[in-house]
Write a protein that binds this ligand. Structure first.
Ligand code: OKP
Ligand code: ZN
Length: 327
């Protein structure tokens, strides 16, 4: 398993997210990376691609105006005399075409929640994350397994929306950049609503997600069991789910993904299924992750693992390394 990481990804460092009526310190802290780096073999730094090449890759999954906004939002925020991070707070649920002039409105039009702040270093980190992703994808195209230490997470970012700490959808970009039949398996605690938004109806991609039941958990409006069909399989699980029930659902997802004769597997791996995760409610233990990794590896496909969530920082590295050891 080759591992890729670019130090420039640390530049994304927003201070806060907003939920439960208050600002909270951001859960996606750069310290997550140190926990993972300490548990992995030395990582490779990706070759740097041009801004045009990186943008073209992002464009496979995302709307161009959305990407323009991500790139300039923080500068516009400062130009309007603000300080700190851009944090959307007003959302156009009626979706009429509108002449949106203020940055407040323009970021709200491309967001669905108050958990994706844009900090000064966010865009640069997203470009570096794309370098990391594409280098790892190259290794997988060559028949190896690879882990892209993507941060921030990506699976809540849709074609034209950010949310849930996510801005660029790593799994979707990789699937669409591969040009091959791709199985995407989302194992984060939260439903991969952004990935589903991008790849639904897409010939050549199947998407299966195991996640907390959206009747009780974020992102609430996506990922319900009846929201399956075509190239999408959603398997919501109750709070408290442990490894036995999780592994049974994983076997079902792998069998369904394998039916499509995919050429490669992309795993959106979040370790927030861990029993000690501070924002989640499953009961997977550190020692369980190797078994889950082996279950995925049994598909017998060149595999790209991208990082999504996982917020129990001390255990995070062991949980990630355990999962990767299954390959
Ligand atoms: C990102 B990923 C926490 C409020 C919800 C958003 C969670 C985003 C999770 N009580 N904040 O899927 O790990
Ligand atoms: Zn998550």
């Amino acid at each position: 398993m080759r591992c890729f990481w670019d130090e420039r990804q640390r530049a994304h460092d927003p201070a806060h997210e907003f939920f439960n009526g208050a600002l909270h310190p951001a859960a996606d802290v750069p310290g997550r990376i140190d926990s993972i780096l300490a548990a992995l073999p030395p990582t490779e730094a990706p070759d740097r691609r041009s801004a045009e090449e990186l943008r073209a890759a992002m464009r496979l999954a995302h709307d161009g105006e959305y990407l323009d906004l991500l790139a300039c939002a923080h500068d516009e925020w400062l130009a309007e005399g603000r300080t700190g991070d851009v944090l959307p707070y007003a959302f156009p649920v009626q979706r009429r075409p509108l002449d949106l002039q203020r940055i407040d409105a323009r970021v709200g039009a491309y967001a669905y929640d108050t958990c994706a702040p844009i900090a000064a270093g966010t865009w640069g980190a997203l470009e570096a994350g794309t370098d990391t992703l594409l280098a790892a994808l190259d290794a997988v195209q060559g028949g190896e397994h690879a882990f892209a230490l993507t941060r921030p997470p990506g699976h809540h970012a849709g074609a034209a929306f950010m949310g849930g700490y996510s801005y660029v959808n790593w799994a979707a970009v990789a699937a669409l950049a591969s040009g091959r039949q791709t199985a995407i398996l989302d194992l984060d605690y939260h439903h991969g609503n952004g990935t589903q938004d991008i790849v639904v109806w897409h010939e050549g991609v199947r998407f299966a997600s195991l996640h907390a039941d959206p009747r009780t958990d974020y992102p609430f409006f996506w990922g319900h069991a009846e929201e399956s069909g075509g190239n999408v399989l959603n398997l919501p699980l109750p709070r408290g789910t442990g490894v036995a029930a999780y592994d049974a659902a994983l076997a079902q997802a792998c069998e369904w993904l394998g039916e499509d004769a995919p050429d490669l597997l992309v795993v959106s791996f979040g370790a927030d299924t861990f029993e000690g995760d501070p924002i989640s409610h499953f009961a997977i233990r550190t020692g369980d992750y190797a078994k889950l990794g082996r279950r995925c590896a049994a598909l017998g496909l060149p595999t790209l693992v991208v990082l999504e969530g996982g917020y129990a920082v001390d255990a995070l590295g062991h949980n990630v390394a355990g999962f990767l050891s299954g390959f």
